[in-house]
Design a protein around this ligand. Sequence first.
Ligand code: NAI
Length: 721
Amino acid sequence: MENFKVEVDPDGIAVFLFDVPGRTMNTFTGSAVADLDALVARIRDDPAIKGAVLASGKANGFCAGADLGEMGDTAGRPVSGAAREAVLIDSSRMSRALRALETVGKPVAAALEGVALGGGFEFAQAAHRRFAARGLARVGLPEVTIGLLPGAGGTQRTPRLAGVPAALKLMLSGAPIDAETALAQGLVDAVVEPGQTVEAAKRWILDGGEGVQPWDRPGFAMPDGPYTPKGGETFMIAAADLQARHYGNYPARQNIVRCVYEGFGLPMDAALRVEARLFLATQRTPQARAMIRSNFLSKQALAKGSARPQEVAPFKVNKAAVLGAGMMGAGVAYAQARAGIETVLIDVTQEAADRGRSYSQKLVDAAVARGEMSAAAASSFMARIVATPDYSAIAGCDLVVEAVFEDTGLKADVTRRAEAMLEPGTVMASNTSTLPIGVLAQASQRPESFIGIHFFSPVDRMELVEIIVGVQTSRETLAKAMDYCRALKKVPIVVNDSRGFYTSRVFESYSFEGLEMLLEGIAPAIIDNVGRMTGMPRGPLELLDDVAIDLVDRIAGQRRRDLGVNGPLAGPELVLHQMVSAGRLGRKNGVGFYDYPEGGSKRLWSGLAALYPVKVATSSPELVESLKRRLLYRQAVEAARCMDEKVVTAARDADVGAILGWGFAPWTGGPMSLIDTAGVDVFTADCDALALAHGARFAPPPLLRRMAQSRQDFYPSSPEA
Ligand code: NAI
């Protein structure tokens, strides 16, 4: 066995230490799965072995799950006919090995000191007992977050251990749970002190623990099964909830529910065959391919800064300043302090700077109240943030982020004042959301050190950062900005300087398409419902309300002035202007496309129909399909234009930026993945048709035509398996 070390103690207990060579964390690579057969054979055939303990040789956990790099290779590839049976045998290999493990005839226990996720938790579930370390162990089945389902017995053993309600919650949320919660749900059998799990597991074996699973004993009944009141109710709600919240966009979710329902009354061997078929079907959907790629592999690569200029030495930020202690500045200061960076938070008055610092205090206090942070850690956290109006405190900083009002003159002024305090080469970054970096860099004495670091709101929760490279920005500055983002545990995408950069530009196309529909007379309720049906987090109109209509109107006005566009307002820009003129700014003043009655839920503004008369009040499947297509394709074609104009240079950045930045339908894997899944040629032809019907905003850029002609994809293509 390449991935397991085994030691048999004098009592005849074999401890198998899972330790994949050359990795910091265990994953089930093909080689580790292959080792499982040898592991089972050893337990079964070695007469000296009385029982076995499964443990980890890694300091940071038991196992993080399947190796998604390998899995990503076959995901989404269609498979049919005779090939399907051969592929099924291969894809269910781990499931069969784990079934052999739990029927090996000797007691097996798992010792969980850290995370046991996905395939790692399924491995542990095939043991007859699980011992988890207090405060360290976390278990979960996160497959759904990448468009998959647990395919090595998880959909069968989890409900048999924990009952239908807890099992579906674990698998449909994908969120891991701590040892105590797992114990309460029956997913682990004991919680012991850290470092004691192997001993506890051995003790259980020595005390006569039996190597038989509950479901292999006669008369086994699943707790809270589908035909109990609790289990039945969960199924009814789960089916309705999937439709209501996910509109059938995620086959993995439906198939998880199917696995539990179809498998529950069957003997384990048959139940596992049901799961194996549904796993393969799920793994071969375009959604799984797209989600494994964007939501996991690409995101991980970007988080590690894989596109960072390699020739630049690693850069450590010890001290950094934030100019402007408003909403964004306060959030950036918190993120820096959390990363251990000494932070100077500057605003025009001491009072304003203190207000920004108090934002961190609130978050830290809440963490202490939840028991997640000690009082000592809280006070050293807060000691890292110095709030002051005095620019001289910036001296000695390695990096400065400017987050003052969105005003070119003001930004120029603070840039000059900050640079006067800084060593040459110190990174000067702007958090501007709309102003060109090239223009802001004009105020800088050293434009090569000037860069855009665009955070998203709320900074402590949003993972994405859009790094904007100006024409004069040096590669060294880019590398340093990426290292800074990595220290903050953010996921950076790199874009070139241009109007709206990448995220704001493409995001706007979604809300504007909704406004086009409004002008065409489509009922506003239909527009927002269809928006959510595409998998976007909100409909276009409600989203405009949340962002603030006057903000979007101001940005559009600035663009017209910058581009020298004169003449009367028309289209979506006219709608924005009319709404602002009517005093309807969105959620922030309680009236926008919706009314927000105090204590009640929002409802569409009744006056909207007078401004935009409804011509299409009832929907049909055909209408829904055509509107869905417009809302998604409008964004995808704009993203393709960004690729064409080299605003973004990698499909990976475009996809991850879209999903993390504005919640672009995650099931698609992002706009470039959406185009690939449709087929570049098909997408291009569809956009031509949309352009004819609705206008040049759908016209495919030259890049798409070239790609369609030479049969290229944004990602390497997926031949039939
Ligand atoms: P804000 O209005 O909450 O905060 C701006 C702060 O800058 C205020 O506290 C103000 O007192 C301070 N300030 C003004 N002049 C100053 C000076 N000379 N020196 C130091 N501080 C000064 O604004 P917000 O929302 O935090 O935005 C800041 C920047 O971040 C803007 O460029 C905005 O476009 C950008 N941004 C905003 C996002 C958002 O969702 N609000 C998202 C991403 C970027």
